[in-house]
Design a protein. Structure first.
Length: 95
């Protein structure tokens, strides 16, 4: 008798392909200009204060900072905010 769950199992290659497709689709639909959410704002603030992403995520209140830190920092709106704040800091220090 065939295993009924076998149809739902993915090969490692298929899993990685689907994961890459989901990531690409998410990147396409992400709005780099949207306003930061409160947790993201706290995360960016902590990163700008010198915290590593995992520690910044923990301080911001994320429940699984080890997992979400890399995902948060990849978001276009968060990445753009960090870049902008670094530019402002560099401009202030140059004066």
């Amino acid at each position: 008798m065939p295993d009924p769950a076998a149809a739902f199992r993915l090969t490692p290659e298929e899993y990685l392909r689907r994961r890459a497709e989901r990531a690409a689709k998410a990147a396409e639909t992400a709005d780099p200009e949207r306003e930061l959410r409160p947790f993201e704002e706290k995360f960016v603030h902590n990163v700008m204060m010198g915290a590593k992403p995992t520690i910044a995520a923990r301080e911001a209140g994320y429940s699984k900072p080890n997992i979400v830190a890399s995902k948060i920092i990849e978001r276009p709106c968060v990445r753009n905010e960090i870049i902008e704040r670094r530019k402002l800091r560099a401009d202030k220090l140059a004066i």
